[in-house]
Design a protein around this ligand. Structure first.
Ligand code: GRG
Length: 303
């Protein structure tokens, strides 16, 4: 794919936007000591447990790309950026449960159910999912920069991306409930839903809340969905390079791009998907440079 971005500039961009997201998450999410304290502690365990924050950073980058940050404060987009991270966090907590992937560790720490028990982990996921919808729809969360029409459109897009047409539907295929996943098309169908839809949402929300026009919103959302698939292929490659014993036997049986295509073809696929994602940015000028750099990061990251 195209040239690597300046690593220092990319690192500075990621760090500065992660700071904004973390500050907003801490402001919008109740502190662990507030009632119901144990539930908040369980939510915070994974919400503040070292995630890369790629989805909210993409929402901010889309907001900036359409000129949102020239005219509006980040308060117009941060609730949606936090919401997508909360939904992502809930999906990880539920995915780790014994009835799903049965993982004892995530990001080098015990998973939520190992730390707090299964019932509280289930509730933590439920609470994060619900709170995400409060945030995107709550006028007060936007600190005076709430546009009801845009908020409604973003709220319904979030429901679509997270629900049966999106991530939950993808998870149902992944768990084997919807028939075999035995070729590349079926695998791409699965991951466009399980991973791609939340990426698509991040870009859609950032561009919508930044007052992008219809064409810009569509192009950025398409970039997001394609990048989500590239992200997933890259994730499979990272998993493959990890020791299988570290990942657990079950993970080795999960349908994956590397299992289906092998490592080399998967690497080519990740690159060509990222290239295709970049194609959706063709009509944007330098304002899309952070998104171009993030496409590179997505397929070249080491975790
Ligand atoms: C339980 C409804 C439900 C859905 C679960 C997203 C998901 C569906 C499961 C998580 C497991 C997984 C491998 C998902 C694929 C997407 C993915 C690569 C998630 C990891 O995302 P990162 O790398 O995570 O952004 P961090 O740790 O940085 O937050």
């Amino acid at each position: 794919m195209s040239e690597a971005p300046d690593p220092k500039a990319l690192d500075a961009y990621l760090k500065s936007r992660c700071v904004l997201v973390d500050q907003a998450l801490r402001e919008h999410f109740p502190p662990p000591e507030r009632w119901p304290a144990k539930l908040h502690e369980a939510c915070s365990w994974t919400l503040f447990g070292g995630g890369k924050r790629i989805r909210p950073v993409l929402a901010l980058a889309a907001f900036e790309c359409v000129g949102g940050s020239d005219d509006l404060p980040y308060d117009a987009v941060l609730p949606a950026a936090c919401a997508v991270e909360m939904i992502h966090t809930y999906s990880l907590i539920h995915d780790d449960l014994p009835c799903m992937d049965d993982d004892a560790e995530r990001r080098g720490r015990p998973t939520t159910h190992v730390q707090f028990g299964e019932a509280l982990a289930l509730l933590a996921g439920d609470a994060l999912l619900t709170e995400a919808f409060r945030l995107v729809a709550d006028q007060a969360a936007h600190r005076g920069f709430f546009d009801p029409a845009r908020a409604l459109s973003v709220t319904s897009a979030l429901a679509r991306a997270a629900g049966w047409q999106g991530m939950v539907g993808g998870q149902s295929i992944d768990l084997g409930f919807e028939g075999p996943v035995d070729d590349e098309d079926a695998l791409a169908f699965l991951h466009r839903r399980k991973t791609g839809e939340l990426f698509r949402f991040s870009l859609f929300a950032g561009a919508t809340l930044g007052d992008g026009n219809e064409e810009q919103i569509r192009a950025l959302a398409d970039y997001g969905e394609t990048l989500g698939l590239a992200f997933q292929v890259a994730d499979d490659i990272l998993d493959e390079l990890q020791d299988t014993t570290e990942r657990g036997a079950e993970a080795a049986e999960t349908p994956s791009f590397t299992g289906l295509l092998g490592l080399e073809v998967s690497r080519e696929r990740a690159e060509s998907l990222a290239e295709r994602a970049l194609g959706h940015l063709a009509d944007f000028g330098p304002a899309a440079d952070p998104l171009r750099a993030l496409a590179w990061y997505t397929v070249h990251r080491d975790h």
